[in-house]
Design a binder for this molecule. Structure first.
Ligand code: XMP
Length: 549
């Protein structure tokens, strides 16, 4: 294991990312981690960048024990300055100008008496294209170190201790803009630290199944909600592989799912994957509660969220009662949750010297009053690793690559009141849009796409008749983190085809809009003068969100 200590840089998670790509296992912890409280012995430590200056009074510093563990240390940016600061509490200064962007790094080979000082840049070119992002820099080389690389702006852009395997670099090898960043990280983790490159999905599955079995015990039972999305399906399949029918999956049909979704998920999970699944059709209960809720999307979210919890808990009680009687099964003690590593990072990353560390609240509501313990088999994985795991576990391709779907479902894509007829229109339009996207081969390029139903009526002519019907807005975005997103650029021909199909096939719709790319500012007249349009239908995130509500 390589331990990554986080000083709050926006790039820290990329360090773990690059290590994973090298099949090296790593764990990220906040920089304040006490070494005596570590549950494993790392082979090496990477100190991340961070937005502070080491010479500030309240600057974060690592536990001094880090430097006494006898393992190699690599400091990146702030991490370099932290290593220098540890040596003599001086030599770090604010640069005259911030250095941000590409820089040419001059690597000095054979710069020290000891061979290890060259190990970090072994096999790399003498002139490297690197990415810098720093204000502070070293003004002098700390005692005991040699310079192994320099850039025009940072004369000590790479330093190495002559005796200990301590290295510091001013640039960021973890970002893809640094061309040979990954080989450098490999030099450190695999060659200098000797970390094994054996973190593969195959090894993960075996290890995780063993871990689940040991945790749950020979009779223990687990309950969990599935949605048909990739995370919950992969987590459920893994549980099924580990403990068979002692894992109980529950799917709640809330009446605002995609067209035929509950039926399809049931087929895939039960017949296809053998998972012990109960589907509860609670559509009426949800739709009755949603009736009359018009203007407040948060109210829709609350109704759906709370009702989901109620139904899940009712069902969990039933399953638990039924399970109690059976001879070789224990009580249900565990709740499955498909938490991924980015959520874990979000909750453990260093937020500043005085910030309290946020805990993860995804299932807060579900856990309340249920006295269950959480089991999170995906908490070490990134999304693409979950997909690879899904494929390995035999989950069908279309499910592995499915776009995310929000918990409140179509309710936040039907602007205004959610009625049964509005759900029908939204489902049908969405189905056509996604079907055409798949046919045209865009599905994997797009991160999320859907058809939303606007609460306005526009005029149209259909079959020589003047009609007054509703408007569908299509949205398709590309994003890696769902925090920011760009709209997808469809050819006009494709959009015309989708529009024609929706207007022809979905009763109650006469127009289709796309929140697409265009250099022209839309005018409100394009929306037939309805007040819904505030002049923005070409909207990335920000300022828009991915969902409509
Ligand atoms: P926004 O609309 O905030 O969406 O840009 C970002 C991502 O989050 C999803 N989303 C939700 N997921 N419950 C969920 O489970 C919600 O209330 C919710 N709102 C948005 C959205 O689909 C997108 O992937």
């Amino acid at each position: 294991t390589i331990l990554v200590l986080d000083f709050g840089s926006q790039y820290t998670h990329l360090i773990t990312r690059r290590l994973r790509e090298l099949n090296i296992y790593s764990e990220m912890l906040p920089c304040t981690q006490k070494i005596s409280e570590l549950s494993f012995k790392p082979k090496g430590i990477i100190l991340s960048g961070g937005p502070y200056s080491v010479y500030w009074d309240d600057a974060p510093h690592v536990d001094p024990a880090v430097f006494e563990m006898g393992v190699p240390i690599l400091g990146i940016c702030y991490g370099l300055q932290e290593i220098a600061w540890h040596s003599d509490q001086k030599n770090v200064v604010a640069g005259e100008k911030r250095e941000y962007g590409h820089a040419i790094l001059n690597v000095h080979k054979h710069s020290g008496k000891t061979a290890h000082v060259d190990a970090l840049f072994a096999g790399l070119e003498d002139d490297m294209d690197v990415w810098m992002s720093h204000g502070d820099k070293l003004s002098q080389r700390p005692a005991g170190f040699v310079t192994v690389a320099a850039s025009e702006n940072a004369p000590f852009a790479g330093i190495a201790h002559e005796e200990k395997e301590w290295f510091g670099i001013q640039f960021h090898p973890e970002v893809t803009h640094t061309k040979k960043g990954t080989p450098l990280i490999k030099n450190f983790a695999a060659n200098i630290c000797g970390a094994k490159q054996d973190w593969t999905m195959d090894a993960f599955v075996g290890k995780e199944i063993e871990r689940i079995r040991a945790l749950v015990g020979p009779k223990g039972q687990v309950i969990g909600a599935v949605s048909g999305g990739v995370d919950s399906t992969v987590a459920a399949k893994l549980m099924h592989e580990a403990i068979g029918d002692r894992f109980h999956a529950i799917m709640v049909d809330n009446g605002v799912l995609r067209l035929n979704e509950a039926k399809q998920v049931k087929e895939t999970l039960t017949a296809g994957l053998g998972i012990n699944l109960t589907v509860i059709d609670a559509s009426d209960r949800f739709l009755d509660l949603l009736a009359g809720v018009k203007d407040d999307p948060e109210k829709k979210r609350k109704i759906i969220g709370n009702t989901f919890i109620e139904i899940f808990q009712e069902k969990a009680k039933e399953i638990a009662a039924a399970a109690k009687g059976s001879a070789n099964e224990g009580e249900i003690e565990w709740l499955l949750q498909g938490t991924l590593y980015p959520d874990v990072i979000e909750s453990i990353s260093f937020k500043g010297p005085s910030a309290t560390i946020k805990t993860h609240h995804n299932v807060g509501g579900l856990l309340e009053g249920m006295h269950l313990k959480l089991i999170e088999p995906l908490r070490e994985l990134f999304k693409d690793e979950v997909r690879a795991l899904g494929t390995q576990l035999g989950i069908p391709e279309d499910l592995v690559w499915r776009h995310p779907f929000p918990g409140p479902g179509l309710a936040i894509r039907i602007i205004g009141e959610v009625t049964r007829d509005q759900v029908r229109i939204a489902q049908q339009a969405d189905h056509i849009f996604i079907e055409e996207i798949k046919k045209a081969g865009y599905y994997k390029q797009i991160s999320q796409a859907y058809a939303a139903l606007l609460p306005v009526k526009a005029v149209g002519v259909m079959g020589d008749k003047r009609v007054h019907a509703q408007v569908i807005a299509l949205r398709a975005v590309e994003t890696t983190d769902f925090m920011t997103a760009d709209v997808f650029d469809f050819p006009t021909k494709f959009l015309s085809k989708v529009s024609t199909r929706i207007v022809n096939e979905v009763d109650g719709v006469c127009r289709v809009l796309y929140e697409g790319k265009s250099s022209q500012q839309p005018t409100t007249s394009e929306l037939s003068g309805h007040e819904f349009a505030n002049g923005q239908i070409v909207t990335s995130k920000p300022p828009g969100t991915i969902e409509m509500e």
